[in-house]
Design a protein around this ligand. Sequence first.
Ligand code: NAP
Length: 248
Amino acid sequence: MKLLEGKTAIITGASRGIGMSIAKTFAQNGANVAFTYNSSESPALALEKELNALGVKAKAYKSNAANFQEAQDLVAQVTKDFDSIDVLINNAGITKDNLLMRISEEDFDKVIEVNLKSVFNMTKAVQRTMLKQRKGSIINMSSVVGVKGNAGQTNYAASKAGIIGFSKSVALELGSRNIRCNVIAPGFIETEMTQKLDQDTVQKWRNDIPLKRGGTPEDVANVCVFFASDMSAYVTGQVLNVGGGMLT
Ligand code: NAP
């Protein structure tokens, strides 16, 4: 029996990077997968095909997670297309790094909207379905930066720290209905988001990590499987660092 057999998951931002790896790993573990993208249509449609070929039901949806109404419409459509919603993974995220001195109001607001407000939008949208089912697992993607801060990332760190407070509150509010909410705080995971960075800095980071390598998207996806599955049935309100031992 596969760990996620019979479960349906919604994953935001699965057209690339960590989200794409979560979608693939979930399908390999037997989950049906509804996933979103913002602009990368062709990789999203290719992923939809790839997942369906694994024998699960999978569908790509274009939906801006930062938009409240789009999140409502998305969940209404997914509820029609799939029988249940057992797992929500709020993975969509962006960076717009700059020193506080130079950061614009627009870049601060944008990062908060896409990274943090999206988590509110999607959690509120799935809440009714999960309450009716009397079960659900919500997994929110924070970052080590949300735990310890980072110079040049005030907007991103604020959004990722906000996710932790939000998730702990959801765990307290919905625990009595058997709805769990946990947070993953990845360290340095090598994706397109990190390819934009200066490569000397990247090598220094690798050397500073106790496990001596950057993480892979699969390293994060495997932890998502744990939180989504009944293996973590008694775990809620937790933040799990997936950072190769990087201290926070
Ligand atoms: P990525 O490669 O840049 O992919 C981001 C994904 O989010 C894409 O699928 C993108 O869709 C989607 N997205 C962006 N804005 C969206 C919106 N408004 N609505 C819906 N989807 C949207 O990023 P990643 O490295 O995989 O990161 C995934 C998550 O992990 C993020 O929350 C990030 O903050 C977090 N994280 C990453 C690292 C790391 O080292 N990589 C470390 C800690 C935390 P399109 O392709 O359509 O734009």
